[in-house]
Design a protein around this ligand. Structure first.
Ligand code: NAD
Length: 483
């Protein structure tokens, strides 16, 4: 099966023709070159995918499979994806435009790790526990939540689907995965690998679709749980749709994360470590550290250092291993980011570096590029400090004293990620504990792969990764078994 020509949908364990869906071509956002094509599902296709997931769940063909056998399927699928790793990295970079080094080091290995992690967890998990109060005894047991609709955005074409599909399948659920129109091709590799690994027909269904069909899917009465990653705006609508029938829901939404640089931080250490965390996926990452909180007493030193480093970023074709910043995923996204830079100027921010389209070779003239941009003199009440830009645009915000730094960091409707930078680890940890956010890095350290991922406030509900990400696909039952 071609990785790029996918004229059908994956429903019921087979590739089937769409019933009235729309063909969509995928173009490389850096060059405009044709990448491949697929079809976007219609509501009739969504009905078929849900019916297939429901039938497979009700039959018990997967839910009643012993956890060791479920684990073996997930591990085999991970091995199969690993065999395809180089092609997958190229496909992700062609669809999304993120630098190839990041596809190779994160977008491809992380999903493989998720499959293995949840396979092992499913095998070792204690599903049953007997509890007694001295008079009565109950069997407290964990069972799969049922039929899961997984809705994913374009910025993690394989990793975000796998963060839902791996724990859901490990728990014994059946899944309908709806990837977005911008990057519809990559997620099909989960279908290839899992069906070849022995997943029964109908347990995983993949139907890329537009948001209207996504809305239809989350409202479907036969869907027991929705697992969504995307914007907070869509998350609110999805939560409301789930409320109608009390469907379970987990939401991984937007962010506007603060990097608190304390007054004892070493500028030469902070700037090169922080920049990749701010410009991840060309700035289109929910956990991007985009608010740079610098002590007023050292602002010139930090602004100069960030300005030099931002100006030195290599913007270009993301397939080139030397490229640090590629294009935005689409024209719409490019226009959105440029609109925010204009808003920042109107609000009184100073564009220190960037702010326009970069000059690039002619073969990249049709790409959706935005120059990496540093804004200074930003106040936290400005829209560029409060709203998610989702592009390579950083805002420097000055503060006086640790308390004000924490107050500014927490003055956001979001609370997904954050970081603290200091030469004193204990001091940094004390500040991290005061941040109202789901994940904090001290001095740029990465999180452990089994730590939970998710946000406070309007950044979401629930957690992915780790055991928490497995619990999200289980229901708890109490069975009174005796006295
Ligand atoms: P989006 O919300 O527009 O779309 C995300 C997905 O939801 C797409 O598949 C889309 O088709 C679908 N969708 C949109 N509206 C829907 C609705 N009403 N019902 C059902 N499905 C619907 O987001 P986007 O622009 O594609 O992605 C960027 C956003 O995703 C950013 O806000 C970013 O922060 C967020 N994100 C969050 C995380 C996280 O883990 N917290 C990770 C990556 C991206």
């Amino acid at each position: 099966m071609s990785l790029t020509e996918r004229p059908q949908l994956f429903i019921g364990g087979r590739w089937v023709d769409s019933k009235g869906g729309r063909k969509v071509d995928v173009h490389n956002p850096a060059t405009g070159a044709y990448v491949g094509s697929t079809v976007l599902a219609s509501t009739a296709d969504i009905d078929a995918a849900v019916a297939s997931a429901r039938a497979s769940f009700n039959s018990g063909v997967w839910a009643n499979t012993p956890p060791e056998e479920r684990a073996a399927v997930l591990h085999r699928a991970a091995d199969l994806l690993e065999e395809r790793a180089p092609e997958l990295a190229k496909l992700i970079t062609s669809e999304l435009g993120c630098p190839i080094w990041f596809s190779e080091r994160a977008h491809v290995p992380n999903p493989i790790r998720h499959l293995r992690y949840y396979g092992t967890l499913a095998k070792d998990f204690a599903y049953d526990e007997r509890r007694s109060d001295g008079t009565n005894t109950s069997l407290v047991t964990q069972v799969p939540v049922g039929v899961v609709a997984a809705i994913t955005p374009w910025n993690g074409p394989l990793s975000t689907p796998s963060l839902k599909v791996a724990p859901a399948l490990a728990a014994g659920c059946s899944v309908i995965l709806k990837p977005p129109p911008e990057t519809p091709l990559t997620a099909y590799n989960l279908a290839d690998a899992l069906s070849q690994a022995g997943l029964p027909d109908g347990v995983l269904n993949i139907v890329p679709a537009d948001r209207e069909e996504g809305a239809y899917l989350v409202s479907h009465p036969d869907v027991d749980k929705v697992a969504f990653t995307g914007s907070s705006a869509a998350g609110k609508k999805i939560m409301a749709a789930c409320a109608e029938r009390i469907a379970r829901v987990t939401l991984e939404l937007g962010g506007k994360s603060a990097a608190i640089i304390l007054d004892d931080a070493d500028v030469d250490t902070v700037v090169p470590a922080l920049l990749p965390m701010a410009f991840m996926v060309n700035g289109q990452a929910c956990i991007a550290q985009t608010r740079l909180l610098v002590p007023r007493s050292r602002k010139d030193e930090f602004i100069d250092a960030f300005a030099q480093a931002v100006a030195a970023q290599r913007v270009g074709d993301p397939i080139d291993p030397a490229t640090q910043i590629g294009p935005m995923v689409s024209r719409r996204q490019q226009e959105r980011v440029e609109g925010y830079i204009a808003t920042g100027r109107q609000e009184g921010a100073r564009v220190v570096v960037g702010g326009e389209r970069p000059s690039l070779p002619s073969e990249l003239a049709g790409g959706w590029f935005v120059a990496p941009t540093l804004l200074a003199e930003v106040h936290n009440s400005m829209r560029v400090a409060q709203e998610e830009i989702f592009g390579p645009v950083l805002a420097v915000i000055e503060y006086d004293g640790d308390d004000e730094a924490v107050a500014i960091a927490n003055d956001s409707v979001y609370g997904l990620s954050g970081s603290v930078w200091s030469s004193d680890e204990e001091r940094a940890l004390a500040i991290a504990r005061r941040m109202r956010t789901g994940m904090v890095s001290i001095n740029g350290r990465p999180q452990a792969a089994n730590s939970p991922f998710g946000g406070f406030k309007q950044s979401g509900i629930g957690r992915e990764m780790g055991p928490e990400g497995f619990h999200a696909y289980l229901e708890t039952m109490s069975i009174a078994v005796g006295s």
